[in-house]
Structure formats: structure tokens, C-alpha cells
Ligand binder design. Structure first.
Ligand code: CP
Ligand code: NVA
Length: 308
């Protein structure tokens, strides 16, 4: 069974093949309407369940569109419509869904839900974000970096702000794609020690730098994300804002990075909080390319999982 659960759980060479395929599928569609089916229909006769226990714009639309372009069908399910969390075990849900669909993408809360679903599922399971990781996003981000600047190997990626789920998948990717990673944020929002340790074991040069200006010196890519994730205690908003304000990505901070540094954000962004509108809409920002590349990268991930 080929799941896509986390970037470090898929072989390096396979990750590279997935991105190569994503690029060639993107090229093959240039100039076509979004609803035009791909020339190849590798998901013909396949049914894919897309389960959302949290809100989503990009993940929902890009997976749904991607399946349709490749000739498959989707059913989009929200957590509240399902029996998940209402007494039926995740294992039984996995066994049942495996009788109806050919693949499952799930966005959920605790990582254990994803892992249990994958353990008991007879069909591939894809991680569409948990409280801990967001691998599909970072596949799109690596694809986007390389589209603009060539190989990401040996580059300096700087994460500004909260060491959250998206940051964790960047750390996983650093080990697999061979880039340096600097985290800059307040100590209590550091990425999990397990993720930092794993990256270091894989030979990644991981730095923690509390001073935002120093952190971005020599940066090739600066990445920000919301200061308050969907799984965070929403009452901590003011405290987090106070702690994270020094880590806002603005023109002054971008000016301290390399002149050709790119800016990324997985979106949704809070304009003029974690990043200014000037940076988001400025020439170094590739945020909408990232959003588009979710589609292409995930199409290749789905083909990998189904072996088609
Ligand atoms: N970046 C991302 O995953 O966006 P959505 O929450 O809109 O899916
Ligand atoms: N860190 C954010 C990412 C949203 C795509 C969250 O989990 O809410």
C-alpha cells in the first residue's frame, strides 16, 4: 500500500520523480481551460474520497480538480457529516471506506487519526494536513522554488514565526531535498525537537536564530505562515501576536536577505500581520504560484499512490 503521509516517509528518488511528473503534467496543460481533461486519464474509473475535518480552500479545490482532470471522480466529505469522532473507530471507518473508494485524502486534527486510517485502510491515504504536518503543501513549495530559481539543494530556507505543521514538513523536506533550514521565532513556538533532530540526523544544517534580521542574512527563501493555526487555542491570539510581531515579514526584512530571495506563504494569509501586503504583492512573492502548484504536485502524488 503506497500512502503519502509525510515527506520523510517517501524515498528521496521517488519524491524527485513525483516533482518531475508534476512539472511535465503542468507543461502539458499550458493554455488549456481548467476543466479540460488531461490527455492521459490515469484516474479513469477511480473514486477518491476527500475528507475535511477542518476548513480548506486550496486543498479542497486542488484535489477535487486534480482528480477530475485525470478522469476520476470525487466525493467531498466534511467531518461533521461522518461518523468519525461519534463513536465508530477510525479503524472501522478505514475498513468501510476501503470498500467504497480507491483512495482517501484526509485533513484532520490529531496525527493519530491519519496514521490509524492509513494502518487499517486497504486503499492509499494522503495527508491533506494534520495538527503536526502538511506534506502536500511543501511538495508544491519545492516545485515552486525550483521553477523560479533552479535546484533547491544547498539553498538557505528561513522560516519566520510559529514552528507549526507547515514548518515541520519544511524540516522533513530539508532532509529529503538537501537544503539548509533556519527557524526564527520565539522559543516557546520552536518546531518540535523530534523534527529538528530528525533533520539533523539526515545531515541538514538546522539553525535556530531568535533575531529575525540575522536569520534572513544570506536567505534564498523566506517563508511565513499564520500566527494562529486552525488547531491552536483561539484565545491565545493576542499573546501570540505580541510574541510574533518581531517576526513579521516586511520590506525591511526582505531587504536583509539575498537580493533574489523569494517569499512564500501557504495561504490563507493575514495581510499586515505575519506578512505585509507590500511583500505579498511584491516582486519576490510567489504565493499564487505555490497555490497553483498544489494542483500539479498533488496530481503527481495521487498517481504515485495509485501506481498509475
Ligand atoms: N494552504 C492550504 O492548505 O490552504 P487551505 O487551508 O485553503 O486548504
Ligand atoms: N498552519 C496553518 C496552515 C493552513 C493551511 C493551519 O494549520 O491552520
Amino acid at each position: 500500500m503506497t500512502h503519502f503521509l509525510d515527506i520523510h516517509k517517501t524515498d528521496k528518488a521517488v519524491l524527485r520523480d513525483i516533482l518531475d511528473q508534476a512539472n511535465s503534467m503542468k507543461q502539458a496543460r499550458l493554455g488549456q481551460s481548467k476543466g479540460t481533461p488531461d490527455a492521459e486519464q490515469p484516474l479513469a474509473n477511480k473514486m477518491v474520497a476527500l475528507i475535511f475535518e477542518k476548513p480548506s480552500t486550496r486543498t479542497r479545490v486542488s484535489f477535487d480538480l486534480g482528480v477530475r482532470q485525470m478522469g476520476g471522480q470525487t466525493m467531498v466529505l466534511s467531518g461533521t457529516e461522518m461518523q468519525l469522532g461519534h463513536g465508530e473507530t477510525i479503524a472501522d471507518t478505514a475498513r468501510v471506506l476501503s470498500r467504497y473508494v480507491d483512495m482517501i485524502m484526509i485533513r484532520t486534527f490529531d496525527e493519530s487519526i491519519l496514521l490509524e486510517l492509513a494502518e487499517y485502510s486497504d486503499v492509499p491515504v494522503i495527508n491533506g494536513l494534520t495538527d503536526r504536518t502538511h506534506p502536500c503543501q511543501i511538495m508544491a513549495d519545492v516545485m515552486t522554488y525550483e521553477e523560479h530559481r533552479g535546484s533547491i539543494k544547498g539553498k538557505k530556507v528561513v522560516w519566520m514565526g510559529d514552528g507549526n505543521n507547515v514548518c515541520a514538513s519544511f524540516l522533513h523536506a530539508a532532509g529529503q531535498f538537501g537544503f539548509d533550514f533556519t527557524f526564527s521565532g520565539p522559543e516557546r513556538l520552536d518546531p518540535e525537537a523530534e523534527f529538528v533532530g530528525l533533520a539533523r540526523e539526515q545531515g541538514v544544517n538546522v539553525s535556530i536564530e531568535r533575531d529575525a534580521g540575522k536569520a534572513v542574512e544570506g536567505a534564498d527563501l523566506i517563508v511565513a505562515d499564520t500566527w494562529l493555526s486552525m488547531h491552536d487555542d483561539q484565545s491565545s491570539r493576542q499573546r501570540r501576536h505580541n510574541q510574533l510581531r518581531p517576526y513579521q515579514v516586511n520590506d525591511a526584512l526582505m531587504a536583509q536577505a539575498k537580493p533574489d530571495a523569494l517569499f512564500m506563504h501557504c495561504l490563507p494569509a493575514h495581510r499586515d500581520e505575519e506578512v505585509t501586503s507590500a511583500v505579498m504583492d511584491g516582486p519576490q512573492s510567489v504565493i499564487f504560484d505555490e497555490a497553483e502548484n498544489r494542483l500539479h504536485a498533488q496530481k503527481a502524488v495521487m498517481r504515485h499512490c495509485l501506481g498509475v
